[in-house]
Write a protein that binds this ligand. Structure first.
Ligand SMILES: *[C@@H]1O[C@H](CO)[C@@H](O)[C@H](O)[C@H]1NC(C)=O
Ligand SMILES: *[C@@H]1O[C@H](CO)[C@@H](O)[C@H](O)[C@H]1NC(C)=O
Ligand SMILES: *[C@@H]1O[C@H](CO)[C@@H](O)[C@H](O)[C@H]1NC(C)=O
Ligand SMILES: *[C@@H]1O[C@H](CO)[C@@H](O)[C@H](O)[C@H]1NC(C)=O
Length: 510
């Protein structure tokens, strides 16, 4: 009895010791981390940390506003005691609709979204600036300048804008729109080509005090480039919670196909979609970029959907900002950009399972290597959304697996010039458009106002485009001689169903 009690006391002492040790080591660990942080994150000279609780204020700002010139602020802007042109601090910048910076010129106004470093030979090294140009006068300013701010030197390096690229095409109309998307390029002069500018301001006269200052984004791969990144433009879903379930099936299919990353641009999304995206942010490689419309365009949540549905030109223009930002944030990290919507997926034909296997088989012009191809384009085919009229559900497959359940499609493919979607080589693309490249680099290293590519033969794969009810004209016909059953996607059935079910369960939607 006594022995037992003594043992118990000893045990208690032991447990107490272990607990004490754990607490002490945890505390010293925390103190060490805090110490290291205080040494390496000295107080910023710009005094942005008004709220003492937000230790990571800089990181927070940069995460949501990659164009904010905040690295400078960390080191202090005092070093730029420029005699020509003032360095615009975040306090000098004219901000607009959360994500844009404004520069007024005599003839027009620019709403600037991002700046990127492009060191590809011959067309670079260049700084590319993405933004929306708003017409004011009759003509546009013909001379515009970039002030390139390097981490050394007190004055900016000033160069004339080399090229102003309209991202849409004049022959497609929309001439009268006030705001249009552009990509402006400034070449880095030979003497400075060893280093990357920290930030850039766009101005009308060289020494002007700018009201914009964009951090120059230069994301680099740590090792080899990976294969595919996918860009999704303008998520604009305030209601429609059922999209969340379809989104999981879609992301899981893209993972099987070999996508390495998906970037979503979001104008507005509902809580179920947020839940799904949060899950993938934590467990896989997705990025969600919150965006807004620039200038006087409306960002009123419930109105935005109606507005963009009616003003299709503005929707198209915003898409081009999303796509080209997505491209320049990721072109150094992956070999191909894939621009698709969440009701579309490029599915390899026959027994081919992945995009990589599919692209390897695409015939290419004689004398070219696959890596020389600027774009690989897939033809479009509509899959019907007609279970209300034909409730022929497949009992082997859960009903929420939208793509697996919808296997009736048009018997023919859309013409290659309509609705096709492409794999854009990050070696050659200079600017992107939804379907094909907008501007590419030729093999000789010249800028070309078009992109050339190979069409993926339909035996090797094509774009599944899932109708939403009968929304598009091509979605209106029923079943008959012009429709066919296409269950090629069932080759992924087991893997796709179990992955989707797993995620839906873990986010609490199932
Ligand atoms: C933040 O901390 C500094 C120094 O500890 C103090 O002087 C300042 O008043 C604090 N600011 C706020 C908003 O709490
Ligand atoms: C530019 O800014 C500097 C520093 O604030 C100021 O001294 C100068 O007058 C400004 N120049 C113009 C043209 O406004
Ligand atoms: C616009 O440009 C044309 C031709 O370059 C010129 O004749 C005209 O005066 C300009 N208009 C304005 C308002 O600057
Ligand atoms: C099938 O397609 C052909 C060619 O596009 C068209 O002329 C015909 O009207 C279609 N038939 C039906 C039943 O939709």
């Amino acid at each position: 009895m006594l022995l037992l009690r003594v043992r118990r006391v000893r045990w208690r002492k032991k447990i107490f010791k272990i607990l004490l040790l754990t607490v002490v080591s945890l505390l010293s660990y925390i103190i060490l981390i805090l110490l290291i942080k205080s040494i390496f994150q000295g107080p910023p000279s710009l005094n942005l940390d008004y709220d003492n609780n937000s230790v990571n204020i800089f990181d927070n700002i940069l995460e949501s506003h990659p164009n904010f010139p905040i690295d400078h602020s960390k080191g202090g802007s005092a070093k730029y005691s420029a005699t020509c042109a003032r360095y615009a601090t975040p306090f000098d910048i004219k901000h607009n609709n959360v994500y844009w910076q404004v520069q007024r010129l005599s003839q027009e106004t620019y709403y600037l979204y991002g700046a990127y470093y492009d060191s590809r030979p011959k067309v670079g090294p260049a700084v590319r600036i993405l933004g929306v140009r708003e017409k004011a006068g009759l003509n546009y300013s013909t001379e515009i300048y970039c002030q390139l701010w390097f981490s050394y030197g007190q004055n900016p390096i000033i160069v004339k804008v080399d090229y102003i690229q309209y991202l849409f095409r004049d022959e497609w109309g929309s001439h009268d729109e006030e705001q249009k998307p552009y990509l402006l390029s400034c070449m880095v002069p030979p003497d400075y080509q060893g280093s990357v500018p920290d930030s850039v301001s766009l101005v009308e006269s060289p020494c002007e005090n700018a009201t914009n200052n964009l951090r120059v984004i230069n994301n680099r791969a740590k090792g080899e480039k990976e294969d595919f990144f996918v860009c999704v433009k303008c998520l604009n879903f305030k209601d429609t919670p059922e999209i969340a379930v379809r989104l999981v099936e879609w992301i899981e299919l893209l993972k099987i196909l070999g996508a390495n990353k998906i970037v979503f641009y979001a104008l507005q999304i509902n809580p179920d979609i947020s839940k799904v995206l949060k899950h993938y942010k934590e467990t896989w490689n997705i990025e969600v970029v919150q965006t807004s419309l620039p200038g006087t365009l409306p960002n009123v949540p419930d109105f935005m959907y109606a507005y963009l549905s009616q003003r299709v030109e503005q929707q198209c223009f915003q898409e081009l900002i999303d796509y080209n930002d997505c491209f320049y944030q990721n072109f150094n990290l992956y070999n191909y950009a894939v621009l698709i919507d969440i009701d579309e997926v490029i599915v390899p034909g026959g027994s081919l399972r992945t995009w990589k296997e599919m692209l390897k088989k695409v015939p290419i012009p004689k004398g070219q290597k696959p890596s020389d191809v600027q774009t690989f384009s897939a033809r479009n085919v509509f899959f019907m959304d007609d279970k209300e009229r034909f409730p022929d559900w497949n009992d082997d497959i859960p009903r929420y697996m939208h793509m697996l359940q919808h296997v009736h499609r048009m018997a023919y493919y859309s013409h290659i010039s309509i609705r096709a979607k492409s794999f854009h080589s990050t070696r050659y693309a200079l600017a992107l458009h939804n379907h094909f490249g907008r501007t590419c680099i030729t093999p000789e290293g010249k800028r070309w106002d078009w992109c050339e590519g190979s069409v993926i033969p339909v035996e090797l794969g094509y774009l599944h485009h899932y109708c939403v009810k009968r929304s598009k004209e091509e979605c209106t016909f029923g079943r008959g001689p012009n429709s066919t059953v296409d269950n090629n996607i069932w080759k992924y059935k087991d893997e796709l169903t179990s992955a989707t079910k797993h995620v839906l369960t873990s986010v609490g939607i199932l």
